[in-house]
Design a protein. Structure first.
Length: 503
C-alpha cells in the first residue's frame, strides 16, 4: 500500500474545493500554480518508485481487492500522470497571459483542477466502473471549460460535445453491465484472471466492440472524430491546449489498458480485423483534413486525429516493440500537442485571429514564436533529435517486424502529410510579408511570459529526444508490464486466490 498513489487525485480535488471558496483572482492563480507544481513533483516521485520498486497500489477504505476500490500505478499510468502535470503547469502559466479576466474569474481554475482529478483518476483506477466515474468527472469539467466565455460558437459546439458524450456514456454503462453480467466483477485485475480461466461464448468480443466505440470516441478515432475539430477550434486556446495534449490521450490509455489486459482472447478479430483498419483510416482521414485547412487551430485539431491513428496502430499490432512505441509516442504527443496549441494561442493573442491568411509575417515581427513553433513542428513530424522521432521509429519498426508492410507504408506517407501541414502553417502564418494587426509587442511582459512557457515545453521535448535511450528503456519495461499483466495482477490481488470464487 502506497498513499502516494492517491496524491495526483487528492491534491487537485482539495485544491478545487479551496478555489471555489475564494473569488480573489491572485489567490486562485497562486493556489493553482502551487498545486500543479507540487503535483508534478509528487508524480515524478511516484514514477520513480514504480521504476525501482514495481507496481504500486492503494486499497481505499482498507478493503481487499477485488471487493474494494483500488488505485494502481504501473510504469505506464505513472508516466502518463507525470506528463499530465507537466502539461498542466505550462497551461496554468499560459492562462495568466492569454485568458480574459472574466474567463479566469468564472471558475476556470476550480474546473481545471477537477479536470485533473478526472484525468489522473482515469490513469490510476484499477476498477472499470470507477474508470467510468472519473471519465464523467473529466467530461463535466471539460464542458465548463469548453464553454468558458459564453460565445455563440463555443456554446453551439459545447452542446454537441455534451450530447455526443452523454450518448456514449450510455454505451459505457452497457459495456460495464456486460462485463459484470458475464464475469461477476469489475476489478480489472480480477477480470483479467476470470477471463483467462473461462469461456465467454463470444460475449467478450461483443463487449470489446462496445468499449472500442466508447474509448474510440474519447480518443477521436475515425469515424467517431467529428466532434473534435469544431469543439477545439471554438474553445479558449489555453483550454484546448490541455484538451489536445492530454484529454484525447485518456481514451487511448483506456484502449491500451483494456486491449492488453482484458480483450486479448480473440486478438485476430479485436486487434487485427477491427482495430488495425480503424487505425489506418484514422491516420489518413485526419491528415487529409489537416492539409485542407487554412486555420492554425483547425489544422492542429485534424492532426490530433491523424496522430491518434499511430497510437491505435501500436495497440493493434500488439508486440513488445509496438506497445513500447505507443507509450513513447503518447508521452511525446502529450508534450508536443500542448506546445503547438500554445503557439496557436500566442499567435492569436498577437494578431487577434488564427486564420493563417491574416497572420503572415510573424517571423519578422515575433521571431521567438516562429522559432519555437518550428522546433515543435519538427518534433511533431519526427525529426531527430526531438521526441517524435523515436516513438514513430519504434512503431514503423514494429509494423515491419510484424510484416504489416501496408501499415508501415501508410504511416510513412501520413508523416509526409504531417510535414506538409507543419510547413503550410509556417509558410502562411510566419513567413512572408506582414499581414494583419499586431496587438502585442514582442517586448511586452505577456509575450515574453508566453514564450517562456512554450520554450519550456519545447526544451522538454528536446530532452526526451536526447534522453531517448532511457525513455525507450522505460517504455520497453512498461510494454512488458502491459503485455504480461502478471505483475499488475499480483500487485492488485496479492494473495487473493481466484479459485475461492469457484472458477
Amino acid at each position: 500500500m502506497n498513499n502516494l498513489v492517491a496524491a495526483p487525485i487528492v491534491l487537485p480535488l482539495a485544491t478545487g474545493a479551496l478555489l471555489i471558496l475564494t473569488r480573489r483572482l491572485p489567490v486562485q492563480r497562486s493556489l493553482s500554480l502551487l498545486s500543479v507544481g507540487l503535483g508534478l513533483i509528487l508524480s515524478l516521485r511516484l514514477a520513480g518508485q514504480v521504476w525501482t520498486e514495481g507496481v504500486q497500489t492503494l486499497g481505499l477504505g482498507n478493503w481487499p481487492a477485488p471487493f474494494g476500490i483500488v488505485l494502481v500505478a504501473d510504469l505506464t499510468s505513472a508516466a502518463f500522470v507525470a506528463a499530465t502535470y507537466a502539461a498542466a503547469v505550462a497551461v496554468v502559466l499560459f492562462s495568466f497571459y492569454s485568458l480574459e479576466r472574466a474567463q479566469e474569474e468564472h471558475f476556470y481554475y476550480p474546473a481545471f483542477q477537477y479536470l485533473l482529478v478526472g484525468v489522473n483518476g482515469s490513469f490510476l483506477t484499477g476498477d472499470i466502473f470507477n474508470l467510468f466515474v472519473f471519465f464523467e468527472l473529466m467530461l463535466m469539467s471539460s464542458y465548463v471549460l469548453a464553454a468558458l466565455g459564453g460565445r455563440r460558437a463555443q456554446l453551439r459546439e459545447t452542446l454537441k460535445y455534451v450530447l455526443i458524450n452523454n450518448v456514449v456514456s450510455g454505451f459505457f454503462l452497457l459495456g460495464i453491465g456486460g462485463l459484470f453480467r458475464t464475469y461477476g466483477t469489475l476489478n480489472m485485475a480480477d477480470l483479467a484472471v476470470r477471463i483467462q480461466m473461462s469461456d465467454s461464448g463470444g460475449w467478450l468480443s461483443v463487449i470489446a466492440v462496445v468499449f472500442l466505440v466508447v474509448f474510440g470516441l474519447k480518443a477521436a478515432m475515425v469515424p467517431l472524430h467529428v466532434w473534435l475539430p469544431e469543439t477545439y477550434t471554438a474553445a479558449p486556446t489555453a483550454v484546448v491546449a490541455f484538451f489536445a495534449g492530454v484529454l484525447s490521450k485518456v481514451g487511448v490509455y483506456a484502449l491500451l489498458r483494456t486491449y492488453t489486459l482484458l480483450f486479448v482472447a480473440d486478438v485476430g478479430f479485436t486487434h487485427q480485423q477491427l482495430l488495425l483498419p480503424l487505425a489506418l483510416v484514422t491516420m489518413v482521414v485526419g491528415i487529409m483534413g489537416a492539409v485542407a485547412q487554412v486555420d492554425f487551430k483547425r489544422i492542429l485539431s485534424y492532426d490530433i486525429v491523424s496522430q491518434i491513428g499511430y497510437m491505435l496502430l501500436g495497440i493493434a499490432i500488439l508486440t513488445p516493440m509496438s506497445i513500447a512505441g505507443t507509450v513513447v509516442f503518447v508521452l511525446h504527443q502529450m508534450v508536443v500537442k500542448t506546445v503547438l496549441f500554445l503557439c496557436a494561442g500566442a499567435a492569436e493573442r498577437v494578431t487577434g485571429t488564427t486564420h493563417l491568411q491574416r497572420t503572415g509575417g510573424l517571423l519578422t515581427t515575433h521571431a521567438p514564436l516562429a522559432v519555437l513553433y518550428l522546433m515543435a513542428g519538427l518534433a511533431l513530424v519526427g525529426v531527430p533529435p526531438m521526441s517524435g522521432f523515436f516513438g514513430k521509429l519504434a512503431l514503423l519498426r514494429a509494423a515491419l517486424e510484424a510484416e504489416r508492410f501496408l501499415s508501415g507504408t501508410i504511416a510513412l506517407v501520413v508523416s509526409l502529410g504531417t510535414l506538409y501541414a507543419v510547413i503550410k502553417i509556417f509558410r502562411l502564418g510566419f513567413w512572408g510579408e506582414v499581414l494583419g494587426d499586431r496587438r502585442l509587442n514582442k517586448d511586452s511582459r505577456e509575450f515574453r511570459g508566453m514564450m517562456a512557457v512554450i520554450g519550456g515545453l519545447v526544451a522538454l521535448s528536446a530532452v526526451m529526444g536526447l534522453g531517448a535511450q532511457f525513455v525507450f528503456e522505460y517504455a520497453a519495461a512498461a510494454a512488458g508490464q502491459l503485455l504480461d499483466g502478471q505483475a499488475y495482477i499480483r500487485a492488485v490481488l496479492g494473495t487473493f486466490d481466484p479459485a475461492s470464487y469457484g472458477l
